[in-house]
Design a protein around this ligand. Structure first.
Ligand code: CAA
Length: 711
């Protein structure tokens, strides 16, 4: 029996409801009766998103139970891994299909019988909003509840901005909605978001018992929309919203959604419920139709797609990873080790000298202790992680591990020597990985007799914090080694992006033109501060010169065959923030200011190299000059097959280089401004500055065909 028929027939009362109960339905909704309590179970893998099938299922099931006089209360529960994970994000931008979420919610809210949401795992976005239209909410202790729409460039558009403030007050509601913070069941109970925490593993039974209790008490039905107490006391307190705006300006610069969220919550406080809902709708639609939200929704799926390699078998059992070896206890090796320790995987940490080993382990301990001081982990967890380290000065100890990650300095002869030794020591099935950021992984693999076991695992610094991991598939890396490495990456919470072998792999290679152009334009008459400001205004946290000053000019290992500004700055002792001067002068609080000396050095270098001076480029010109070549490099990476898909390049840039997520990354950004414009811009630059700007063949082809890079 199909759900539509079931719903329609039951609504029209053409079938005896007893004939219908307990029929396993083929759609997303299943319903049954437990005495006086009706139970609606939604089962729509993977995450019970509120797509059209689920909405139809809810609509039919609630109508049927509403119309059955024997049913006195209804429990709404989800099968599978989670309570509703929100609206179906893939439906945004498509023609809406009835019943709409608002219609279903109105049906539930006005049902006239108590409805109890029984929550496990997560109630997110529209899922949380659905729980808020129910009369009561119960949850197991492990459940989490939240409104994360801001991360998709949206606001909760199904009443969340109107109902949550009525439950917990606008200040707390803003705290949750503006930052997409989810709360656990205990906090939800304390705040009044849920009514009861029930036992893990007994959700349905205890929810039914709770429903029966509500029926027995026979109290008048309460609806969140009718609550006034929490918002009444916040009227005439504009400082609540001023504080939220100040916080959002600091933490979410450039994002549109926070301001609309604040306006919607203001409406909850100042307008009657239905007018507030109307205002929420307008503000939601504005965001839903914005390029920012399209970019952030694209990014949501891009991140999940990145870990998938079409046709790759699952990791074989003999590549089970129980212990990891890391060579080098420096900044990278230490950070890499922490990923595994935090995930409960023991690490053998190898160094050349006891002193280097002690120093590296000391830094790891300090990092964990700092996390404990900030309340992120407990003291017990610090010790648990530290106990998982086996320090070693003997390479032979790596014979015990399942994966070795080499993180020593970037010299091919040193790495080849290490891999030749590893070849003799490592287990037959061990994965041999290098953390090199630009050396040729094929050449490193060639130093072994088992190149199929070798690949790159390129972590970004700080390796314990940055979520990106480039998994570098060398020419002879086996599928099983790749599969095991991808699985390992998700075990340690990284977003893996597969890259082929090339200079700089994906993220460093694609962003190189931005640095090169930044260095070029300052020699043509634009100042470093103008360049940095243009990229800051575009949405990067910092421009390239401020970044170099932060990292340290002496750390950036790059020498050129001609006189450069950077080399002159180093000669003048200007190593960046740590020496009080670099591309900028710094005061004691490390506040930067433009430097006359730097301006003089730039003028001298430009004169010596015979570089023609131009009027300074404006913001728009700088964005074209610095970022169109990035798009071009991305297109080359794609056409060479270095990246599997355009969205992987975007993920690498967003997570590896802080490219603003609200533009979707360079590939999505190029699509949103139009490939024809990029091609025209690049051709103009090629005419002026040389053939390195010639648009990539793929870019031209897609532009002429009216295609997108990210299709
Ligand atoms: N819509 C469509 N697909 C979704 C989805 C959603 N809301 N949430 C997750 N999925 C998909 C994922 O794309 C993924 O698909 P593939 O297997 O094909 O890659 C699959 O479900 C599993 O997702 P995860 O890999 O993320 O699984 P997880 O177990 O790591 O995390 C989760 C589960 C915590 C629910 C996480 O998926 C998540 O955070 N989802 C999004 C929640 C969200 O943002 N909800 C708000 C939606 S907007 C809204 O609701 C607006 C409104 O006001 C009505």
């Amino acid at each position: 029996m199909d759900l539509q028929n079931f719903g329609m027939t039951a609504t029209a009362n053409r079938l005896d409801p007893d004939e219908i109960w307990n029929i396993q339905m083929t759609s997303a909704a299943h319903q049954e009766k437990r005495g006086e309590i009706g139970v609606i179970t939604i089962d729509s893998p993977p995450v019970n998103a509120l797509g059209i099938n689920v909405r139809r299922g809810l609509d039919s099931a609630f109508r049927a139970l509403r119309d059955d006089p024997a049913v006195k209360a209804i429990v709404l529960i989800c099968a599978g891994r989670t309570f509703f994970a929100g609206a179906d994000i893939s439906e945004f931008g498509k023609e809406p299909q009835a019943p709409l979420l608002g219609d279903v919610f109105a049906l539930i809210e006005n049902l006239g019988k108590p409805v109890i949401a029984a929550i496990h795992c997560t109630a997110l976005g529209g899922g949380c909003e659905l729980a808020l239209v129910c009369n009561y909410r119960v949850a197991v202790p492990s459940a989490r509840i939240g409104l994360p729409e801001v991360k998709l460039g949206l606001l909760p558009g199904a009443g969340g901005t109107q109902r949550l403030p009525r439950l917990i007050g606008p200040e707390l509601a803003l705290d949750l909605i503006l930052f997409g913070r989810s709360i656990d069941a205990a906090e939800a109970l304390r705040l009044g978001v849920i009514d009861k925490v029930v036992s893990e593993g007994a959700l349905l039974d205890e929810a039914i018992a709770f429903a029966a209790e509500m029926v027995a008490q026979g109290k008048p039905l309460t609806r969140v929309r009718d609550r006034e107490d929490q918002i009444a006391q916040s009227r005439d307190h504009p400082e609540i919203f001023a504080a939220a705006r100040a916080r959002a300006a600091k933490t979410a610069r450039g994002f549109l959604a926070p301001e609309n969220i604040i306006k919607a919550v203001e409406a909850a406080v100042s307008l009657p419920f239905d007018e507030g809902m109307q205002r929420e709708r307008e503000l939601f639609v504005e965001l839903r139709d914005s390029t920012q939200s399209a970019a952030q929704r694209y990014y949501f799926f891009a991140e999940r797609k990145a870990g998938k390699v079409p046709g790759l078998p699952t990791a074989p059992a003999d590549l089970k990873i129980e212990r990891v070896g890391v060579i080098g206890a420096g900044t990278m090796g230490g950070g890499i080790s922490m990923n595994f320790l935090s995930a409960g995987i023991p690490v053998t940490l190898l160094e050349m000298s006891q002193e280097a080993l002690d120093r590296g382990i000391g830094v790891i301990r300090r990092n964990y202790e700092n996390s404990a001081r900030r309340g992120r982990i407990s003291d017990v967890e610090v010790e648990r992680c530290m106990d998982l380290i086996t320090p070693s000065l003997d390479m032979g100890d790596l014979g015990e591990v399942d994966v070795v990650i080499e993180a020593v300095f970037e010299r091919m002869d040193v790495k080849q020597d290490i891999f030749a030794k590893l070849d003799k020591i490592a287990k037959p099935h061990a994965i041999l990985a290098t953390n090199t950021s630009f050396l040729n992984v094929d050449e490193i693999a060639a130093a072994t007799s088992r190149p199929e076991s070798v690949l790159g695992l390129h972590f970004f610094s700080p390796a314990n914090v940055m979520r990106l991991l480039e998994v570098v598939r060398a020419a002879r890396t086996s599928e099983s080694v790749l599969a095991a490495s991808m699985a390992l990456s998700s075990r340690i919470g990284k977003v893996a992006v597969v890259s082929g072998v090339c200079d700089g792999f994906i993220a460093n290679r694609i962003m190189t033109p931005r640095r090169e152009q930044a260095e070029a334009v300052i020699l043509e008459g634009t100042t470093p501060q103008d360049v940095d400001k243009a990229l800051y205004d575009f949405g990067f946290t910092m421009g390239p010169f401020a970044t170099m000053d932060l990292v340290g000019l002496d750390v950036i290992d790059r020498s050129e065959p001609y006189r450069t500004v950077k080399a002159d700055l180093l000669k003048a002792g200007r190593r960046g923030q740590k020496s009080g001067a670099g591309y900028y002068d710094y005061d004691e609080s490390r506040r930067p200011s433009p430097s006359e000396l730097v301006a003089k050095i730039i003028a001298e270098v430009a004169a010596e190299r015979g570089i023609v001076q131009h009027p300074p480029l404006n913001q728009e010109e700088l964005v074209c000059r610095l970022l169109y070549p990035v798009v071009n490099e991305g297109a080359r990476i794609l056409q060479e097959g270095i990246a599997q898909r355009a969205s992987d390049i975007d993920v690498a840039c967003i997570l590896g280089y802080g490219w603003p997520v609200y533009t979707g990354g360079p590939m999505f950004w190029a699509d949103s401004i139009g490939l024809a414009q990029i091609v025209t811009g690049l051709r103009a630059m090629a005419e002026r500055f040389g053939s390195q700007f010639e648009p990539a063949e793929l870019l031209v082809r897609k532009s002429e065909a009216g295609d997108r890079l990210t299709d």
